[in-house]
Design a protein around this ligand. Structure first.
Ligand SMILES: *Cc1c(COP(=O)(O)O)cnc(C)c1O
Length: 367
């Protein structure tokens, strides 16, 4: 049996209703900052529970623009986590700021107990990453940020509809960043991103920044960016928004099935499942004994298992200039040897999941 990682062929195999909407949209020519985009932004804000949602051209820009709008630039430090997708750190570097790392815990998010010692007089923002569908412990993080007067930009790109105590990812900080990349839980047919905020002033600034700093047609009040979410992609987004909750529910159910059966194996450790947290399993990761051999066994058996990531961002060659070396973030380093990611998406069948479970079981039974 083959268990594929990408489900995109299935997700959009049957979407005649979406094609009809696209066919109706194209002749309007309303391609930039069009009506479907405004609709999408309203509905996205309602979905997450913020006052504003601003569509931008990627999740990376959804991180970058709030930093810019908050006044950050060269010489400033932004605190984030030692293991995340490159885009988090890319956004910080793009505005000329310096990424400062904090180690993760076994939820793959920032170990907030280590945050305060990373704060310096140059720290100007905190960018917690709600990685893999977990959330950073925001109840612990918020008071520290407040005490130091630091704004928060949440990287919620992997955790749409994740929540702590019912309060969703992207509603805690000054701004939240989401990605609509094809491989994210709420995905469009290209790149795309959304910024959420409850702050009217920040929303106004972000609306300017994403559209060249143009206030009206002829006045440039800021030097901004061309970072609009394509209205065509907003049509796709509008089609997906009603499905978003079901998508996350399906992933949660799949993860529970895996947890039950993989967790029964003594060589597999399930990461902590936190009672007051809604985890949405953008990635389904467990800790595995003899991980490299297990990974090979799964791939040989046709299962597209992965490692997120074999080399964490803090040790990537592009960041050599920061002077880090292996051992600087010990939990993140340990994870690189233990973690394995299995497909967990909403299109996975029961048979495919059971095949994954059986393949893992047979690996440990043999060894
Ligand atoms: C996907 C992702 C982003 C943004 O990526 P884009 O491809 O620019 O949309 C940022 N942070 C994390 C953790 C991500 O997974």
């Amino acid at each position: 049996m083959k268990v594929r990682y990408s489900y995109l062929a299935q997700q959009f195999a049957d979407c005649e209703d979406l094609w009809q909407e696209l066919r109706a949209f194209v002749p309007t020519g309303d391609f930039t900052l069009g009506k479907p985009l405004r609709e999408f932004e309203r509905r996205f804000a309602d979905l997450i529970g913020t006052k504003h949602a601003i569509g931008v051209n990627s999740g990376t820009d959804a991180l970058k623009l709030p930093l810019k709008a908050l006044g950050l630039g060269p010489g400033d430090e932004v605190i984030t986590t030692a293991n995340t997708f490159v885009a988090t750190v890319g956004a910080i570097c793009e505005i000329g700021a310096k990424p400062v790392f904090v180690d993760c815990n076994d939820t793959f998010c920032m170990d907030v107990s280590l945050l305060e010692r990373a704060i310096t007089p140059r720290t100007k923002a905190i960018m917690p990453v709600h990685f893999t569908g977990y959330m950073t412990d925001m109840n612990a993080l918020m008071p520290i940020a407040q005490k130091h007067g630091l704004p928060i930009v949440e990287d919620a790109c992997q955790s749409i509809l994740g929540a702590i105590d019912g309060r969703k990812a992207g509603t805690w900080g000054n701004a939240g960043a989401f990605s609509l990349h094809p491989l994210k839980n709420l995905n469009v047919w290209s790149d795309g991103g959304v910024i959420t905020t409850n702050d009217d002033k920040l929303a106004e600034e972000l609306n300017l920044l994403r559209n060249h700093g143009l206030a009206g047609r002829d006045t440039v009040v800021r030097m901004g960016y061309n970072s609009r979410l394509d209205t065509l992609q907003a049509v796709v987004g509008n089609w997906l928004i009603p499905k978003a909750v079901d998508i996350s529910e399906a992933r949660i159910a799949n993860a529970a099935h895996y947890d039950k059966h993989l967790g029964a194996l003594k060589q597999i450790r399930i990461p902590p499942r936190i009672a007051n947290m809604r985890m949405v399993y953008h990635l389904y990761i467990v800790f595995a004994e003899d991980r490299d051999a297990l990974l090979k066994h799964c791939i040989d058996a046709g299962i597209e298992a992965k490692v997120h990531y074999p080399v964490p961002i803090y040790r990537q060659p592009a960041l050599d200039f920061l002077g880090h070396k292996e051992g600087d973030f010990t939990v993140t380093d340990r994870h690189t040897h233990e973690i394995i990611t299995f497909p967990c998406d909403q299109h996975l069948s029961q048979e495919e999941m059971d095949y994954v479970i059986e393949t893992v079981r047979s690996f440990y039974a043999k060894s």
